[in-house]
Design a protein around this ligand. Structure first.
Ligand code: ADP
Length: 483
């Protein structure tokens, strides 16, 4: 049953839970009210019956006393004269002698007899009073037993019975009202609960409608409208709407970045492919040997660029997929030295008048991925070598401790290259951002190098910064916390 309720829409679940609780409360209070009333009414009836019975007995005793009758004469008198003058409708009187034999009754009893309970009769003869019950003509009748005295002598027992019809009628009516009232209250709670929850949950329905629409149209511009009266209100639903809108904004931004990235990527892939295609066409048509060699060289260069681009893209795709760098405790100085050696080799191959130098490296142990850190530092050195035509490239690493914190390694790659104008500095680490596109291409760049550096450094809980003076040179700074 509970499982069934849990499978229903929330609106129905809330309605059922509340109505269920209300039903339990109603039944509990209804039963308590009914039984309290029942006991209370019966007590009152007993009290009134007792008063009536005492009244009847006293009048009867008074009459017999005035006439100065003894018990035998009383019995005789009763035989010829029923006890009608005491009996209102619904009131029954019956007189027993000391043996418990009926010696008189009221004609309201007709052929019926009040029950004769020997124990109660005996008790009454001993001066005790008590109550019993019977059914006469389908009506419950309450009976009061008491001793009957003539001249201070017990001559028998008087039973006075009173119909419980008004009492049972009242109780039946109350029961009916309680049942009808309960059912009506439950219906109101079901309908009201359903309407109220429907109203309260309307924004939630709206959220899912909009989410469905966005999933179909990819239009992240859409927002959940906030009711003007609800603005500034902080209930759960308006908070949900606000959060959802925030999420849409963020999704829209991510989606735009993604779309831009896809457009840039296809453009970057297409350029070398077009060049390769063009060269192949030329070669097919037949070229003089010197031009053919040039076309083959260019094709090779473009193929190499494509391959670099694809591996950079793959690296970033892994980063986007949340690929974690594998972090173990490593000697960062060793990694820096290795990158430096590779960069020196590269500079030598290019034959530029460059002086690469490395300062004494401070020992630093960090939690990191050797391969990725080497890739990041080498990318910075590679840029320095590519963009600097002559002069000096200097690599250094220091370790800093501030107060109690764990300390950090700071790697600096400083060049005497062309420098970067201030307006570009904020964008340098974005994918495919290049200050001078043609120059970057000519130097074999993919426009992804610094984006990869940023990813790797941040995956090591570090950060990367750049300072540059146009026409003087640039310094890239990588900061990595120590192990
Ligand atoms: P690219 O493959 O084009 O070099 P990067 O992401 O490595 O891509 O760098 C982005 C841009 O930053 C480069 O196109 C270049 O304009 C600029 N840049 C990077 N490093 C340097 C540097 N050492 N000196 C001058 N400009 C640089």
């Amino acid at each position: 049953m509970l499982k069934g309720v849990r499978r229903l829409p929330i609106r129905w679940q809330i309605t059922f839970w509340f109505s269920g609780l209300l039903a339990v409360v109603l039944v509990f209070f209804g039963l308590a009210l009914y039984f309290t009333l029942q006991t209370d009414l019966l007590t009152r009836i007993d009290e009134s019956l007792k008063r009536r019975a005492t009244e009847v007995r006293l009048r009867f005793e008074g009459m017999t006393q005035v006439a100065n009758l003894d018990s035998l004469q009383v019995a005789k008198a009763l035989e010829s004269n029923p006890l009608d003058e005491f009996a209102d409708p619904g009131l029954y009187v019956q007189v027993l002698d000391e043996q418990g034999k009926v010696i008189g009754d009221s004609s309201s009893l007709g052929q019926a007899r009040l029950p004769i309970d020997p124990a109660l009769v005996l008790a009454a003869l001993n001066g005790q009073t008590s109550t019993g019950e019977t059914v006469i003509a389908n009506e419950r009748v309450r009976i009061y037993y008491q001793a009957l005295l003539v001249n201070n002598e017990v001559i028998g027992v008087m039973e006075v019975g009173e119909s419980l019809k008004p009492y049972t009628d009242t109780l039946n009516r109350i029961r009916l009202y309680l049942i009808i009232g309960g059912v009506v209250a439950l219906l109101i709670s079901l309908v009201g609960g359903w309407l109220v929850t429907r109203r309260a949950l309307r924004p939630v329905v709206r959220v899912s409608e909009i989410a469905r629409r966005i999933a179909a149209t990819r239009d992240f511009e859409e927002r959940i409208p906030q009711h003007p009266n609800l603005k500034g209100q902080h209930d759960e639903i308006s908070e949900l709407a606000a959060t959802f809108n925030q999420m849409l904004e963020e999704l829209g931004r991510v989606f735009d970045v993604h779309r831009q990235f896809m457009a840039d990527t296809s453009h970057e892939l297409r350029t070398p492919l077009t060049i390769i295609q063009g060269n192949l066409d030329l070669l097919k048509r037949g070229l003089p040997p010197s031009e053919a060699a040039e076309a083959v060289d260019e094709t090779g260069e473009e193929a190499a660029r494509l391959s670099r681009l694809v591996s950079d893209l793959l690296m970033l795709a892994q980063a986007d997929a949340g690929m974690m760098v594998e972090r173990t405790e490593i000697d960062l100085a060793a990694v820096v030295r290795r990158s430096f050696n590779r960069a020196t080799q590269l500079a030598e191959n290019q034959g530029k008048p460059l002086k690469l130098s490395i300062d004494r490296l401070a020992p630093a142990r960090v939690m990191g991925d050797e391969y990725r850190l080497d890739q990041a530092i080498f990318n910075l050195l590679d840029n320095a070598v590519r963009y600097t035509q002559q002069g000096e490239i200097r690599l250094s690493m220091v370790v800093e401790h501030h107060g109690n914190n764990q300390g950090q390694a700071i790697i600096l790659v400083k060049d005497s290259g062309p420098g970067i104008a201030p307006e570009h500095l904020d964008h340098l680490f974005k994918r495919f951002y290049r200050v001078d596109k043609a120059r970057s291409r000519a130097l074999g760049g993919t426009g992804l190098g610094l984006a990869i550096v940023k990813y790797i450094v941040e995956a090591h809980s570090g950060r990367v910064q750049v300072e540059s003076q146009f026409g003087v040179g640039s310094t890239f700074k990588v900061i990595i916390p120590l192990a």
